[in-house]
Design a protein. Structure first.
Lengths: 372, 372
């Protein structure tokens, strides 16, 4: 694993759950929205095996919430994404790429509709708040936009339903996918959504008072003992196997939703105004020049990727780059995401990955890791 | 020193100078604008002593450049800051707090005027590019706003002039403070400004091709051998002694320029439109409710600060927080920045600092560390 020792300062914000994650043995960290994100307890492999069988608490407070509230909240939220937000009911979540006027992806949050005129954008790693504030100011819209004091704690794994039912009652089992309820847990109001950045299912609990981090953690921890609860984190193996893309690694502002293979999460013809409509209409007609694809890479486990790994065609021509990779325990091979030229985006295409000088054959797979 | 091991991924960008900084013994790092920033070689103390006597190369590529170019570039740049940018000549730099419509500080870049209608914002740690893009889009301004491929290498210390004169010629000595010139160094075009985040003077060299990081480093390194050149980094001791504030630590979006003691860098009555004029006019009349001040803290060297340290008055009432602190080699005491209520902002005021439960007396100093 490629790691560096990081000095902490006030600029790099602690999470409300930090004390508990360190007590529980977090050993490796990342920074996400300038907040500490515990990434590894023991190892990715052990944590993956536990996640697939039991239930874990994940400190994902770094998924900050950008609140948009006011008479123009819907209009503004529609403006910044090609997803049709008018279809999002109060109490519902929607995954929505945010796109600038060129179609470049600014972030890919889960949007929670809290009220007709109130939204949270549960964001990936970029200052969405600043962008949305700028757009709102520039347009003179009647909204307030700010980062709310909200810190998600994810409860992930096959026993998450049992644990949540014990904590908030049997109605927890009835929460549908990407819906949320209000509840009071550890004497503090929370929102509980059936969502989370794993392939194993579960919930995200939105703590709304950062001084209550230990209380919330302890309540789920104690209730979870009978389910073999453990500390966990977004797991590299699980998330790539589940096809979950990471903003900043697998897509950036240099990619549009077609390149990032996000067609199912946009509605180019939606009624509301959005800033990249003209660009996306053209892109839809022309088709993407390059595309994010799934890859199986032959051979033994590859070293961690630090610099970009080029992808080449049979003639050795540079046709793309690998964006994330891991050794899959499920498939017993190296799996990866890569952005490649359209010529090689079809499932079944074969390419070569240049892993720091080591050449490996690779095959493009469907987005569920099958062949075409 | 409070540190944690960080996992690297594509999301956390390498600097063009990273190979050289690691070869030269960088041991501790930070993340700044999602880019790796080497912070410590050996120790703050040794690096400080070297910096005050010789010359150092600093990898500050993480000071990313937000480029604003186009017919409305000046209008937009004026809009986002209370500083009078019309007074900035081509070839000049200006330190300028960027403020939202509430007066909250978004960032505090050095603005370089490259042409009448072209600026770089050499930014601190927040996504200024997204905010400015949002404002420009919302207002429908005729500009392009993007992060340029520009990576500053700082040359800091008393021998910086000698080194720069050897590399680009004697005219380097004539570059005035906060002015820049164009030059070609290591066969690549750069801009060289007399600026930098130390109290020891020097230059910042703006590399405009990230593939040339090693070449640029090596050229200055070889030429610097006779001046006892060393690797360095923004030094916590030097920067607090020099009164340099760090955005994200010493001020945030929750502070306005009066609270952040930045009056000398704003022109509330400037002619051009800017978004927080009404707010600043009111604040100027009312005076700030709290203010960033310099503190001497009594007693021995304090442990590194991880959680907020409250500042209290004689009655024990919470009146502020410490934002940065270090043991000063120059003054032989703990020196700090703190935001305190207006009641205690005058030089000579005494307060108590609660350093993780350890109470220490402290005295407010002038911003040059003298008494009033």
């Amino acid at each position: 694993m490629s790691t560096l020792p990081m000095i902490l300062s006030r600029r790099l914000r602690p999470s409300p759950f930090e004390q508990r994650t360190i007590e529980n043995g977090a050993t490796l960290f990342s920074l996400y929205n300038r907040m500490i994100l515990p990434m590894v307890y023991e190892s990715y492999e052990k944590s993956y095996e536990h996640l697939c069988k039991h239930v874990q608490l994940w400190d994902v407070a770094c998924q900050r919430q950008v609140e948009i509230i006011g008479p123009d909240a819907l209009r503004l939220t529609e403006l910044i994404t090609p997803r049709d937000i008018s279809q999002c009911a109060v109490g519902q979540c929607m995954y929505a790429p945010l796109c600038d006027e060129h179609g470049g992806i600014i972030n890919d949050p889960i949007i929670l509709r809290l009220a007709q005129d109130r939204f949270w954008l549960s964001i990936a790693d970029s200052d969405v708040c600043l962008w949305v504030k700028g757009v709102a100011y520039g347009r003179g819209l009647a909204v307030e936009v700010f980062e709310a004091d909200v810190s998600p704690l994810a409860i992930q794994g096959p026993k998450a339903d049992d644990l949540m039912a014990d904590v908030v009652g049997e109605q927890a089992r009835d929460i549908r996918f990407f819906r949320f309820i209000d509840a009071t847990v550890a004497d503090t109001p929370v929102k509980i959504a059936r969502s989370g950045w794993s392939g194993q299912g579960g919930f995200e609990v939105y703590l709304q008072d950062s001084s209550k981090g230990n209380d919330l953690w302890d309540l789920f921890w104690e209730a979870g003992r009978q389910y073999n609860v453990g500390p966990g984190a977004p797991n590299l193996i699980d998330r790539i196997e589940a096809g979950l893309k990471s903003y900043g690694s697998d897509m950036t502002i240099d990619n549009n939703p077609f390149e990032a293979a996000l067609e199912r999460y946009i509605d180019v013809d939606k009624d509301a105004e959005y800033m990249c409509r003209d660009v996306l209409l053209k892109l839809r007609d022309a088709g993407p020049a390059r595309r994010l694809v799934n890859l199986f890479i032959d051979g033994e486990d590859l070293r961690p990727m630090r610099s970009d790994w080029p992808v080449r065609d049979a003639a050795g021509k540079h046709i793309g780059i690998v964006t994330s990779k891991v050794w899959s325990l499920k498939f017993g091979t190296n799996i990866a995401f890569a952005i490649v030229n359209a010529s090689h985006m079809a499932a079944g295409s074969t390419v070569t990955v240049d892993a720091d000088g080591e050449l490996r054959l690779a095959t493009v797979k469907t987005d569920t890791w099958g062949d075409a």
